[in-house]
Design a protein around this ligand. Sequence first.
Ligand code: PLP
Length: 393
Amino acid sequence: MLPNNVLNWGHSKSCIRELAAYGTARKAEIGEDKVFDFSLGNPSVPVPDCVNEAIKDLVNSNVPQIHGYTPAVGLPGLRQAIADDLNRHCSVNISPALIYVCCGAAAGLASAMKALLLPGEEVICFAPFFPEYRVFTEGAGGVLKSVKPDEALQPDLEDFRNVLSEKTKLVVVNTPNNPSGVILTADTLKKMSDILRDAEARYGHSIYLVSDEPYRELVYDGQPVPCIFDFYHNTIMCYSFSKSLSLPGERIGYIAVSSEADEKDDVFACVAGAARAMGYVNAPSLMQRVIERCIGCTVDLSTYRENRELLYNGLKSLGFDCVYPDGAFYLFLKTPEPDAKAFSERAKKYELLLVPSDDFGVGGYVRIAYCVSSEMIRNSMPAFKALAREYGL
Ligand code: PLP
């Protein structure tokens, strides 16, 4: 007999991957440039020069054990560099001893959840949320509870109060957000933290805030994302270099436990234990060395910024209702019919691949990933126009 839940994760494809697979088949059929594939969040801008230079230099300079095992927690120099980088932006002092280098945010989140959850404990996610949170939660024996958004797609804090329970162990925030591009304001984070502190006092146990931050540097209007450690003591950050350095296939990121967290050393030991139990021996060795040299560096954001304007202005001028994205590289479009899946299907008629929002925990939207060429966005506008006409916009 096979475990049913695991079988189900293996069989049920993510709606994003399914649409991307449809796109690949359709492109082979009618030509690459005929399909407007907005399905995947695969960075389209090149890695910064510093990354390529670091790789070449490392490979040419006979670094001992360059491809060898590293300590499970990561190379000491990299952990120090990550702590120094965080300490440039945060008031709470972050210790290198509480940094665990891991294989991207996905591995970080799965490890953090497995580290902290007892069977049946609850994980609160704010809709709309990254669909894999459900798999990571259930994979760690937890139960996902969803909080609805307000009109501006910030969390509805009244609903948050109601969803919190004695069983809540973890709360996940993701800012800038996939799929909406929304950044949580400092005011929201402060109120959320106050609610959490009250809940900890009420229930008499620690509640951990897991901050999923792969898009932290992808902000377009100047104001940096507030440092989460400065709001709440029991915070665990899951960071990834997948988007900030366009390295998603290289699988590199880190988990940072706040030096103000309850039982911080044991929490860190649980993270290490969870990663060990899942067979993560260490994050890729060459990449650890590359990141140590390139920390603080970010991809050129100008293409994403241009794409955001092109797409948002184009869609608004056609009569679509969209959320203006402050960060990440996603635009959330309110579908002119309530059924997002039906809208996404109809968009396919015009070769537009838009991800329906249902798996993100809300209905009535599609996600448009604008990490594509600006030319594709320009070329897609007649298709969007034809789609808008179907709805009398
Ligand atoms: N969290 C969010 C919100 C994401 O959008 C992604 C990837 O797209 C991940 C986590 C996983 O990122 P990584 O590639 O670092 O595992």
